[in-house]
Ligand binder design. Structure first.
Ligand code: NAD
Length: 356
């Protein structure tokens, strides 16, 4: 069996607890090298992966590993573009953590470089691979819900996610590393799900960003309204000050709806007869639980389903794939959220359909 030769840049929380444990379960991957700028993280990487070469910069890793095929980027967002572009130019396929980049300008250059280098650039849009999210997608695709007209996505957190303690654990709140607050950190997950559920890209946006904890220069709450073609819409609310950790998603269709509260799902088909004439004969409500490990922030169990899609894109030479174009659209939504908020929630046009 072919073993993909993989190099990982950034050995922090998501690679240490998510990507690397998932790679170690695969027979078709060999982790040949790790690069991390933090000495303590390099020591931990050496203990976990005694056979891998350990480097202190991504440049050394790329230069010294001529047999490398895949570069997996798991650093903070401020460096994604530089590392990805170097990897693509060196002939590597690149898997990149979300958000793809901190600006549309960077994201566009990354995608153009993938096209020119004829190498796959692919984002870690792992929430699509959560079992309960797959169930939502199946309900939508089965047409049971009719035409989907609107969706809501609420992401509640009681704090920003922390990076490993050996480096800068609060980098998510520092603009120079993160490029933004909860919108930049978590927004991609909500936005690519709206694209999948409404089967299109949004055309208009308005948003409000709020920073309750003034200690930091990034927002901790964000509300975004997205308008899609044919008057469909999505509302997303993201909070780092919610006093709880959970996701609540709802998908409304012309024949029914599905709602999800972490692992708990409720599928309604038809409409209840409430004594008026509003009900339908086929009305049913099904409540069920789908274990999805939401409390494990590494989401390691979702990784390999996503990685298989990345390998499929490589197999099909799909350099500028649908997922990477969606990650560009996520970056534009985040960027314009901040712009809209600065202008008191001004409605802005989106040009999410990138042509490269
Ligand atoms: N998809 C998901 O569900 C998910 C979950 C968590 C994190 N992430 C993403 O993963 C990325 C990393 O987040 P994290 O929580 O693992 O952060 P972290 O702080 O735990 O780890 C970052 C690591 O990168 C290293 N590093 C920083 N700059 C570097 C550089 N230029 N070159 C090499 N190493 C560098 C640090 O020393 C650290 O070890 C972010 O983009 C984040 O958004 C995604």
């Amino acid at each position: 069996m072919k073993k993909w030769q993989v190099g990982v840049v950034g050995y922090g929380f998501i690679s240490g607890k998510g990507h690397v444990p998932a790679f170690l379960k695969r027979e078709d991957v060999e982790i040949v090298a790790i690069a991390d700028i933090c000495e303590k993280r390099r020591e931990i990487a050496k203990q976990t992966l005694p056979n891998a070469k350990i480097y202190s910069t991504y440049q050394e890793l790329i230069q010294n590993e001529p047999n490398l095929e895949i570069l997996d980027i798991a650093t903070p967002p401020c460096d994604h573009a530089e590392i990805a572009i170097a990897g693509l130019k060196a002939g590597l396929h690149v898997l990149c953590e979300k958000p793809l980049a901190t600006s549309t300008q960077e994201a566009k250059t990354m995608i153009e470089t993938a096209k020119l280098s004829q190498r796959v650039l692919f984002p870690c849009h792992n929430y699509k691979h959560a079992p309960v999210v797959k169930t939502i997608q199946e309900a939508i695709d089965s047409a049971k819900l009719g035409e989907i007209t609107s969706v809501t996505l609420q992401t509640f957190r009681n704090t920003h996610a922390k990076g490993v303690k050996e480096w800068k654990t609060d980098w998510r709140r520092e603009f120079r590393y993160s490029g933004g607050g909860i919108g930049m950190d978590h927004g991609s997950h909500s936005f690519y799900l709206t694209f999948a559920w409404l089967k299109s890209l949004p055309i208009n946006i308005n948003a409000r960003a709020v920073t309750l904890n003034q200690e930091w220069d990034t927002e901790d709450n964000l509300t975004v309204s997205l308008e899609f073609p044919n008057k469909k819409f999505a509302h997303a609310y993201l909070s780092w000050t919610a006093g709880m950790r959970k996701v609540c998603y709802t998908v409304q269709g012309t024949k029914g709806a599905i709602s999800v509260n972490d692992d708990e799902a409720e599928l309604s088909i038809g409409f209840p007869n409430t004594g008026s004439h509003a009900g339908t004969n086929d009305y049913s409500v099904k409540k069920f639980t789908i274990e999805s490990d939401w409390m494990d922030a590494s989401h390691t169990k979702w990784f390999n389903s996503m990685f298989d899609l990345f390998l499929k894109a490589i197999d099909e030479n799909d350099y500028v794939n649908k997922e990477i174009l969606e990650s560009y659209a996520c970056v534009e939504v985040i960027e314009k959220s901040y712009l809209s908020s600065k202008e008191q929630g001004l409605n802005l046009t989106l040009e999410t359909n990138l042509k490269v």
